[in-house]
Design a protein around this ligand. Sequence first.
Ligand code: SF4
Ligand code: SF4
Length: 212
Amino acid sequence: MILVTGAAGFIGFHVARELAEQGREVIGTDNINDYYSPQLKQDRIRELEALSSFSFHKLDLCDYDGMEKLFKGLGIKDWTVDVPCITGRLKENPEFHIRPEVGGKYLRYGYGEGLHAGAPGYACGTHLMAVAADGKTAKCSFYADSPVGSIEEGLRANWQRIKPVRLESLNCDCHFLSECRGGCRYRALLSGNELGKDFYRCHSYDILHSDE
Ligand code: SF4
Ligand code: SF4
């Protein structure tokens, strides 16, 4: 099942049609706004709906309640909602920063284990390892500047060098620890302490009421 957002737009329409014609199950969403002719958009959706493997839901991608309802209705087991870490190019563009009290509100959405699932008793993504284009490996791509090795040494050997983070080692003192697992270690690192709190997550659990 493939979700194509903006399915009534120029690119979305062609992508959805190509996939549906290949026989893939395609779910299309679009809010059919009036940025340009809504009639044209509706005509495109009608054309797509003639394909048996396509179905359409008029929905705005920014409507989180609506998206959640759609995913749950489709039986989707995992929905990951995240906020970007303020690093790299994002760091250079402060106008795009999302503050913890704002980002936390969106982190409340999303359900299931997601990509960053950890083993019981451990913080984020114990199974994860990122391999960069140059073959260097790291805990995840945010840690690319501190690689643990390179792919020539074998993936297993590299992965075994990544030190898993135990929940008991975190400076977290809330009742949500086993569920939250301390959130994202890299976000905590950006706040000054890799074993500290991920303030975005704290706001998502409503245990902070300021922009701490
Ligand atoms: S540090 Fe953050 S992005 Fe990296 S694996 Fe952990 S939760 Fe995921
Ligand atoms: S909500 Fe905050 S304090 Fe609680 S586990 Fe998550 S990051 Fe730690």
